[in-house]
Ligand binder design. Structure first.
Ligand SMILES: [Zn+2]
Length: 664
């Protein structure tokens, strides 16, 4: 459900890899910017920029500045020594006057780019620390040549025993002590849990997000104290610049709602008061009229092993009016979809409260959502606000488009390798983009919100299996309806066969190609990946007698081919009905059985094969972005316009941000 970060994972998965055929261009816009290690960097366009008024552009400009001024916060949150290390790397890149080509320098640059991409020295997705390929003596030479006193930093960079993982997820150690991120200091898991349990008021129907905006430390007397993230507290310099730019934005806001929302956000950054944060979130969720929108703050809690502390992230966006028509149609018909869902009537909502749905284009991404980002937003996170005030769910069109177009820039794509035949490839090229967007829309706008619990069912009954089952439910809802004639009737698709593109991609990915992102021998643990495997494997098994999905081999390579799309749709319906029953009744045992049986264990032979075939393609499993620059155009000392400039140099943008937005 909910958030940005999770969807970033989904994206990297569904659209495989950047692909830089540097000679080929689509129009005059080339999406691929850089490739290194396991990363591809691409750029996105801001369509319709010229349709904004000067005042709207100015509003976006200051919100974007506010977003970028938070950059150092996420670096500091990720690990205590990330900022000094980044600054040293920046200095070396700018100053080193020795040989700047050949192996050790290039290895150094790959390391620097990886650090930039991950906002620190730990892998942005895998959480583990990564290491430079150039040897330590060379790094010492670089530091010395640039006048840097770096012995302790170099020790941190090279010593595998120092801060090995950003967020520890094992069971053997204390998950806070063993995590390198800097959300706690000198505190154990038990101490932190007790601290927040004592703070909670179980009778409060509107609980604040305890611990969201602070680092928990132990003071000299051994007492636990929260260091709040405020303009005169922790990260104060960054938050002050954020507030300055938010206030400049407020001066050119489009309406009073925006002005009030910004005033509350600024107030929250100054006081750290989490009730104000909730007030801001309610106003933000209610504001569905403003064309320009943004998020800025401590939002997602995935970085924290206890799931309390928010990572800084920000994004500025504006509504894509044409594309929004699609989700408006879906939302307007929410009740029809609910009524016709293939689940037991007892589990249907008599009245569906549709989430507001629009398609947006990002104008800047920042903090934890840069360079690796999401394809959608579904916020706020507080359950009670979602229940009482609703939430905003958006698809970020220019980001999904950039992923898609970047993939097409390369001839040896994953699609060419893993699809069975030309018919499948052609259909995906023709309809893959729209059906994948529709899948996301149905999943986000309707899937999560559909269905209801039976009275008396504990909403937390599915415990550790709840995320996987919830994602599976939303995906199944989307998959089932993608093939429905209703979508043609509503004008969302024109070809009744188009949905097959998404069915092919989904099954191939869920059962096989998504495991390119998991190390051989490891289990499938991430909720979205589990949900896809659960659905694909379950349908493969249940349809085996009728050969609904067939495992074929050709030249020693495995393919998964759908023989009967109608029957597959029927299986999606059956599984949706069952997972809805599990959720509505809180049937923990059945939920556990599904996840454990179908979602966790990867066939080692298939896994090995997919890794080898994928490696042979030379594609990158993770992708992220450079931002376009929004540049004020001055005439006679007055800003008369804001121009968009596209960046083709990942390192240059990192250095620019390092100069302009360094605050901590
Ligand atoms: Zn979801």
């Amino acid at each position: 459900m909910r958030n940005l970060t999770i969807m970033a994972v989904a994206t990297a998965l569904s659209v495989l890899a950047c692909a830089c055929d540097r000679n080929k261009e689509q129009g005059d816009f080339k999406y691929c910017v850089d490739e290194f290690a396991d990363i591809g960097v691409i750029k996105y366009q801001i369509p319709d920029w010229e349709s904004l008024s000067l005042q709207e552009k100015e509003y976006v400009y200051y919100l974007a500045e506010a977003a970028k001024f938070g950059r150092d916060i996420i670096w500091a949150q990720n690990y205590e020594y990330n900022l000094p290390i980044r600054k040293a790397l920046e200095t070396i890149i700018k100053k080193y006057d020795g040989a700047r080509e050949g192996e050790p320098w290039e290895q150094f640059m790959v390391y620097a780019k990886r650090v930039f991409f991950s906002n620190g020295i730990h892998h942005h997705y895998g959480e583990h620390k990564f290491f430079p390929e150039c040897d330590r003596d060379y790094m010492v030479e670089l530091f010395r040549a640039c006048g840097l006193d770096g012995d302790s930093l170099i020790e941190i960079i090279y010593n595998p025993d120092i801060a090995p993982v950003r967020k520890y997820q094992g069971t053997e150690k204390d998950i806070i002590v063993a995590s390198a991120n800097h959300l706690y200091e000198g505190v154990t898991q038990a101490e932190a849990e007790k601290f927040y349990a004592d703070m909670e008021d179980p009778d409060d129907p509107h609980p604040i997000s305890y611990g969201l905006n602070s680092r928990l430390i132990k003071d000299a007397d051994g007492n636990l104290v929260e260091l709040k993230y405020t303009t005169d507290g922790l990260y104060g310099e960054a938050l002050t610049k954020i507030c300055e730019n938010l206030e400049k934005a407020a001066q050119v806001a489009q309406n009073d709602v925006q002005k009030q929302t910004i005033a509350d956000l600024v107030d929250y950054f100054r006081t750290g008061d989490l009730r104000t944060w909730d007030k801001y979130n309610i106003e933000w969720a209610d504001d569905t009229i403003s064309r320009v929108d943004f998020i800025n703050g401590f939002i997602e809690v995935y970085g924290d092993p206890l799931g309390l502390k928010g990572n800084f992230e920000a994004m500025v966006n504006f509504k894509d009016i044409e594309a929004s028509r699609r989700t408006e149609i879906i939302s307007a018909n929410a009740q029809w979809f609910e009524d016709n869902s293939p689940i037991d009537d007892r589990f249907k909502k008599a009245k569906v409260k549709g989430v507001s749905a629009k398609v947006i284009n990002a104008a800047v991404i920042a903090g934890d959502t840069y360079p690796s980002t999401a394809i959608g937003i579904n916020l706020p996170n507080a359950d009670w606000i979602r229940k009482e005030h609703g939430s905003k769910s958006v698809t970020i069109a220019n980001i999904t488009e950039a992923y898609d177009k970047a993939s097409l820039e390369k001839p040896n794509s994953a699609l060419a390798e893993f699809a069975w035949d030309d018919a499948e490839r052609t259909r995906i090229k023709k309809y893959g983009y729209i059906t994948s967007n529709l899948h996301t829309d149905l999943h986000e706008c309707l899937g999560h919100g559909s269905g209801q619990l039976l009275e008396g069912t504990n909403p937390n009954a599915l415990k550790e299996y709840s995320s996987t089952l919830e994602e599976a439910r939303a995906d199944l809802f989307a998959l089932y309806y993608l093939a429905d004639p209703k979508l043609i009737e509503l004008g969302l698709l024109t070809d009744p066969e188009a949905y097959k593109a998404e069915y092919d991609s989904y099954i191939r990915n869920g059962i096989f190609t998504q495991f390119t992102r998991i190390e051989l021998g490891k289990q499938n643990t991430e909720a979205h990946m589990q949900n896809r495997k659960l659905i694909a494997d379950w349908c493969f098994e249940k349809g085996a007698a009728d050969n609904v999905i067939e495992m074929k081999t050709r030249d020693g390579k495995t393919y998964f081919v759908i023989n009967d799309y109608d029957a597959l749709r029927g299986l999606f319906a059956d599984l949706l009905a069952e997972i809805q029953r599990i959720k509505s009744e809180g049937d923990y045992a059945a939920g556990r059985e599904l996840v454990e049986k179908y979602a966790v264990n990867i066939d080692p032979y298939l896994h090995k094969e997919v890794l080898e075939r994928y490696a042979a393609l030379g594609l990158k499993p993770y992708r992220g972005f450079v931002n376009p620059s929004i540049v004020p155009v001055e005439k006679k000392g007055k800003v008369v316009d804001y121009r968009i400039e596209y960046c083709d140099d990942f390192v240059a943008q990192q250095l620019e941000y390092g100069d302009k937005y360094a605050t901590l």
